[in-house]
Design a protein around this ligand. Structure first.
Ligand code: TGC
Ligand code: FAD
Length: 392
């Protein structure tokens, strides 16, 4: 049996140190995460506080950021780590993405020196958990319309409003919250705040009954007269470009991550079809099966090539947001198709948690929705192609 990536010759495109890092991440996941995933998914809970320090030790939190206890790897290496994390479960990759690419990146890119020194080393170690509150109930795809607001009161800021669908909010120690600070300024008035979650007036009820990303904690953020000192404001970010710059980082991780989920589905399925006998011969020996496997391998390999190409562009400092959209759209769209097709080959076994494929397919429903839906990325690519914005 030859691995789809080997057919594509992907191995030669990955540096030795990147492959070593991938192997060590995979080994930790095999030991500490993979055996528990079905139970966590079924229970709808995940031990974030135990996992975060393990991931911190591996240098996975804020992995491609420089200084402040962060590993400072290449972007491509970070992407490959996301691939391994999501090959375990999208919820596990989400934990790392939200911590490193959203909460830590926001502070690293837009924070004051004091904020960086206060928060980043303990977040890199996984001792402090962060979350990132942008989305609101009625403002998901269109965060520019957010209602959460911050008003000046003497030297303080007072925050009121709510955020929805926030990964890790119920377990977080610190939240990066985006709020409107001016009545008539539109998106230009959007500013970011670093909010310790024990601040009076802050609460984060958990969202339950999810059918997707069950091995991940999701919550609301409710802000009722949350009073913060001036030093809580992210001084360098003004306007929507602040949060959107963070989304570029998390979307980049998903480009690789979703490929990992699809790889896991296809590896599981390749092994299954060789063992499964139907009408007295292996399922792998039927032409219809091989056609499915060939088509899935083709899309998986193409998605991986695109991810690596975009990773190298990011490392060269030339990656543009519309290129991130190309990758996020492609990886999510093709990975979910692969997961669903793999499920067909597993028959009834495919609907259980004994195999990871339907867990991945269900997770990928969230992954194709958060960090910009398929349609938002189509419109972003469309805008780059035509010069016309069609969001509004
Ligand atoms: P638009 O007029 O296009 O831009 C407003 C300002 O932002 C700048 N900008 C960007 N800057 C950095 N990176 C980008 N990708 C940027 N895109 C735009 C732009 O230059 C402008 O700057 P300035 O200086 O002129 O003010 O804004 P718009 O209101 O038309 O919105 C565009 C749109 C629809 C693409 C944007 O709102 C969008 O991306 N919507 C989707 C929202 C989204 O993805 N939310 C994700 C929330 S976080 C999350 O889901 C975490 S999931 C957990 C996990 O990751 O695992
Ligand atoms: P909507 O914006 O209501 O979209 C509904 C449909 O309308 C979609 O198909 C969309 O593509 C389409 N649509 C929207 N605009 C247009 C348009 N202009 N033209 C055509 N079609 C359009 N957010 C955070 O801030 N932080 C987090 O940590 C976080 N974690 C999440 C975790 C999970 C498990 C999930 C599911 C979501 C999370 N989100 C988080 C929220 C996520 O970013 C939003 O769900 C996402 O941006 C989409 O917003 P929405 O759900 O409000 O959908």
């Amino acid at each position: 049996m030859t691995h789809p990536f080997t057919v594509f010759g992907i191995d030669g495109l990955i540096e030795d140190d990147e492959r070593d890092m991938q192997r060590s991440v995979r080994a930790v996941l095999d030991e500490a995460v993979r055996p528990h995933l079905a139970d966590w998914f079924e229970a709808g809970s995940v031990p974030v506080r135990e996992l975060a320090p393990r991931f911190g030790e591996l240098g996975l939190l804020g992995m491609h950021l420089e200084g402040y206890g962060c590993a400072g790897t290449s972007a491509t290496a970070y992407g490959l780590a996301c691939l391994e994390l999501e090959a375990a479960d999208s919820g596990i990759r989400s934990l790392v993405s939200v911590q490193g690419s959203l909460a830590m990146f926001a502070i690293h890119r837009w924070g004051s020196e004091e904020q960086k020194e206060q928060w980043l080393p303990s977040m890199a170690a996984g001792e402090v958990i962060g979350c990132f509150g942008l989305t609101e109930q009625d403002f998901g795809s269109n965060p520019a319309g957010m209602r959460t607001h911050a008003r000046r009161d003497g030297g303080d800021w007072v925050l009121n409003g709510s955020k929805m669908w926030i990964t890790n909010a119920p377990v977080a120690d610190v939240a990066v919250v985006w709020a409107q600070t001016e009545r008539d300024a539109g998106p230009k008035g959007i500013r970011g705040f670093v909010v310790p979650t024990d601040t009076p007036g802050f609460s984060a009820p958990e969202i339950t009954k999810k059918l997707s990303l069950r091995a991940s904690v999701t919550g609301e953020i409710v802000l009722e007269d949350v009073r913060l000192p001036e030093s809580a404001l992210l001084p360098q970010a003004a306007g929507l470009s602040g949060p959107l710059s963070c989304l570029n980082e998390a979307r980049f991780g998903i480009i690789f991550g979703a490929v990992g989920a699809a790889r896991d589905c296809l590896e599981t399925t390749l092994s299954y079809v060789r063992d499964r006998e139907i009408f007295d011969k292996p399922l792998a020996a039927y032409q219809l099966t091989q056609a499915k496997l060939a088509d899935m391998s083709l899309e998986l390999g193409k998605a991986m090539l695109l991810a690596l190409h975009l990773g190298r562009l990011k490392d060269a400092g030339t990656l543009r947001p519309e290129q991130v959209s190309l990758g996020k759209l492609n990886s999510c769209r093709e990975s979910i198709a692969i997961a669903r097709e793999c499920r067909t080959l597993l028959g009834a076994n495919g609907i259980t948690l004994e195999y990871p494929v339907l867990r991945h397919a269900n997770n990928l429903e969230s992954v194709r929705t958060y960090e910009g839906t398929d349609e938002i990325h189509q419109l972003t690519i469309g805008r780059a192609l035509t010069g016309e914005q069609a969001f509004r």
